[in-house]
Design a protein around this ligand. Structure first.
Ligand SMILES: Nc1ncnc2c1ncn2[C@@H]1O[C@H](COP(=O)(O)OP(=O)(O)O)[C@@H](O)[C@H]1O
Ligand SMILES: [Mg+2]
Length: 267
């Protein structure tokens, strides 16, 4: 299998006519872990949702390709089949659908018609993945995310990733709501999958996760754009000093709106 290449060029995304992503460029290749950091409300989740094809997020400009194929013209299921995966910041609860049935349907959708996974092979794979993530087996029989704690939902997202074996995985704040032990388990789950055949785009608000999953590249997103890129040392500096030095360096001013933070860039 060739090394996957996700290429984002000049991406613009709007929600309800309001532009959130304002010209974003990023290339993620197999074997690479990229971290995207940035204050709340800067469009990190919007980027993730737009890449996966959430209908609410309207792409108003730019291009996204996976191995040269235009992702933006694909339906969500086609994107999944191409090997794109999103672990969501807020996974939804789906009543009436068992976690194991959901996983099997998702794997079969990813594999395509006539290539369905044999049931025994599925069960073995699911058992192994759940053990690795220290998830109790009975969770597979429960409805998808229903009544799951925040931490269980996040583990369930990584369980999906382990089962689906994506080529490009977008992980949106998989550390939020997790205690240190759970972060370690989830991070080990991701680390065990790292290879030349997987590229990871990891969105996080905190440097803490990056101690467990070491990124090769760190990008800071503000105002819907990547405003600075570097190595792991960039995340360490942000952890130690916050964003002020960067805002100063870039001539960006912040405005506090309730708990949310909005950024405005001065021309
Ligand atoms: N589904 C949505 N409906 C309306 N506004 C949204 C939606 N998702 C995000 N936004 C808005 O888009 C901006 C960026 O949000 P988001 O991408 O979630 O930021 P981040 O993940 O960086 O915290 C925020 O102002 C937020 O209120
Ligand atoms: Mg977010």
């Amino acid at each position: 299998m060739a090394k996957p290449v996700l290429k984002i060029e000049g991406l613009h995304v709007a929600i309800d006519g309001r532009e959130i992503i304002r010209g974003l460029d990023l290339t993620v290749q197999g074997g690479e872990v990229h971290a995207i950091m940035g204050p709340n409300g800067t469009g990190k989740s919007t980027l993730a949702q737009a890449l996966m094809g959430h209908p609410r997020y309207e792409v108003t400009g730019g291009s996204v390709t996976l191995d040269g194929e235009d992702i933006l013209s694909m339906e969500v299921d086609e994107r999944a089949r191409a090997g794109l995966f999103l672990a969501m910041q807020y996974p939804s609860e789906v009543s009436g659908v068992k976690t194991s049935d959901f996983l099997r349907a998702a794997i079969n959708a990813r594999r395509g018609e006539g290539k369905e996974i044999p049931i025994l092979q599925f069960i073995r794979k699911l058992d192994a993945a759940m053990k690795a993530l220290e998830m109790p087996q009975e969770m597979a029989g429960r409805y998808l995310n229903e009544g799951f704690s925040g931490g269980e939902k996040k583990r369930n997202e990584i369980l999906q990733m382990k089962m689906l074996e994506p080529r490009i995985a977008i992980l949106d704040e998989i550390d939020s709501g997790l205690d240190i032990d759970a972060i370690r388990i989830v991070a080990e789950g991701v680390n065990s999958m790292l290879s030349e055949e997987l590229g990871v785009l990891m969105i996080t608000h905190y440097q803490r996760l990056l101690n467990y999953i070491r990124p090769h590249f760190v990008h800071v997103m503000m105002n819907g754009r990547i405003v600075k890129s570097g190595g792991p040392e960039l995340a360490e500096r942000l952890e130690a000093e916050g964003y002020d030095w960067l805002k100063e360096e870039l001539g960006i001013t912040f405005e506090q709106e309730d708990a949310d933070t909005t950024v405005r860039q001065e021309a």
